[in-house]
Design a protein around this ligand. Structure first.
Ligand SMILES: [Zn+2]
Length: 436
């Protein structure tokens, strides 16, 4: 079936920005042309709208979608490791398959409604590991969202769960979901022993995919690597064969110049999560030095990439008034590289992942000034329609495949269950070496 998004302005590329007046022609799952809609095509009227490539969130935790507003009765965490011990490592242990599913649906719904068509997710549910990635893939398939999934392997919950995590990645990499692909997930150097990290590298090598891992999010990760191995985190990843072109390194806030050089030499991608880094008070990643390999993620703070690009921009401007407006858009486009597809461009042959923005351009828009429209004008509230793999999965601001109110009601029900279970789980006893 041929569908044409007609009458709109098309932002065919984010890096460099390129605008044109054209109809976007979609055949099956792919964009097949930019120009005039052919006879007989099903038309979606986009007059007065802007058609953009679907946004990619390069680092996401769907499992945290039901955490917002949850009660908290322990002593307030004083640092990053305590945030993990007292919040996230309690939440993940409280998740069962129903909770994983409800989280994926709630987080996935938020992604689509804010114009994000691909999530690169990092999942943890230590008491429901086996099959958890299928639960997520099925939920996202139901709403029509594309994803790159992995299970967060760690030794913090004991050797059996570490092995189960590795096996969940291995198993999922062979599963054939239409809209989901796999990577190998690893938590972070400081919760991984040598054997487990080597196993992650091996599964990734065998499947020819990258490892998705948190790197030096807090200084505690670097202190632990020094205390246990006498080396930097990134050097450890190099030694273990994890740092490769396909690797996705989340954060890299505390990497030193030598580590930055190694990351750049490998051609790996760094997921920069500015809002999360600010929220956890962990510091600011050396994003300029890290260069072209930097992509953007939300780290679970929703999936709104308009909000994330803006925060990335404000932070860069706070540091330097010369920071460029095109930089956050180029970083957002880098997310498409992670998904190993041409998601970042609308051109013949690319997957038809498109977002229609009802954006009133009250000032003229040109190739040159698109970044300012993006950062100072556009937002998730302009998202009208979303197409993934050639299918409209959001039309007139509503999900088309599922009943949004039902998804919301079920999520709320599961959130209450999850919070009650979490209440019974104490702070996690795991401690990094070298001090939190
Ligand atoms: Zn993360």
């Amino acid at each position: 079936m041929t569908v044409a998004l007609t009458g709109g302005t098309v932002l065919a590329s984010l890096d460099p920005p390129a605008l044109s007046r054209a109809d976007v022609v979609v055949d099956g799952e792919r964009v097949t042309g930019l120009g005039a809609a052919p006879e007989g095509a099903t038309r979606v009227d986009c007059t007065g709208c802007l058609v953009i490539p679907g946004n990619v969130n390069a680092h996401m935790h769907l499992y945290s979608a039901l955490a917002r507003g949850m009660p908290y009765a322990l002593e307030p965490p004083a640092n990053f490791v305590q945030i993990l011990q007292r919040v996230w490592w309690r939440l993940d242990r409280a998740l069962d398959a129903d909770g994983v599913r409800a989280s994926a649906l709630a987080g996935g719904m938020d992604a689509l409604l804010t114009g994000t068509t691909t999530l690169v997710d990092h999942h943890a549910s230590p008491n429901a590991i086996e099959g958890s990635l299928d639960v997520i893939a099925e939920a996202l398939d139901e709403i029509g969202l594309r994803s790159v999934l992995c299970y967060e392997v760690t030794d913090r919950d004991g050797p059996e769960r570490a092995v189960a995590g590795v096996e969940e990645n291995r198993r999922f990499l062979k599963a054939g979901w239409p809209l989901a692909r796999g990577m190998v997930g690893a938590h972070a150097s400081f919760t991984l022993n040598e054997e487990t990290l080597a196993a992650c590298a091996e599964v990734a090598r065998d499947a020819a995919v990258g490892v998705h891992v948190h790197v030096a999010e807090d200084a505690a990760d670097e202190r632990d690597a020094q205390a246990r191995f006498g080396e930097h985190v990134v050097n450890r990843l190099v030694r273990q064969g994890v740092l490769a072109e396909g690797a996705l390194l989340a954060h890299c806030v505390h990497v030193d110049p030598g580590e930055i050089e190694a990351i750049r030499d490998a051609g790996a991608t760094v997921a920069h999560n500015p809002r999360s880094n600010m929220n956890n008070s962990v510091g600011r990643a050396p994003v300029v030095a890290l260069g072209e390999g930097v992509a953007l993620g939300t780290d679970g703070i929703g999936a709104d990439m308009f909000a994330e690009t803006k925060t990335a921009y404000w932070r860069s401007r706070e540091e330097s008034v010369f920071a460029s407006a095109s930089w956050p858009l180029a970083r957002l486009a880098r997310g498409a590289v992670v998904a190993s597809r041409a998601f970042g461009r609308i051109e013949p042959g690319a997957p038809a992942d498109l977002v229609v923005l009802e954006y009133p351009d009250v000032t003229p828009a040109t190739d040159a000034n698109v970044p300012w429209h993006w950062l100072f004008g556009m937002g998730a509230h302009h998202v009208r329609d979303v197409m993934v793999a050639g299918e409209l999965v959001v039309a007139d601001r509503l999900l088309t495949r599922v009943d949004q109110e039902e998804v919301t009601a079920k999520a709320r029900e599961q959130a209450e269950r999850l919070w009650a279970r979490m209440d019974e789980i104490p702070a996690h006893p795991f401690q990094p070496e070298g001090g939190g």
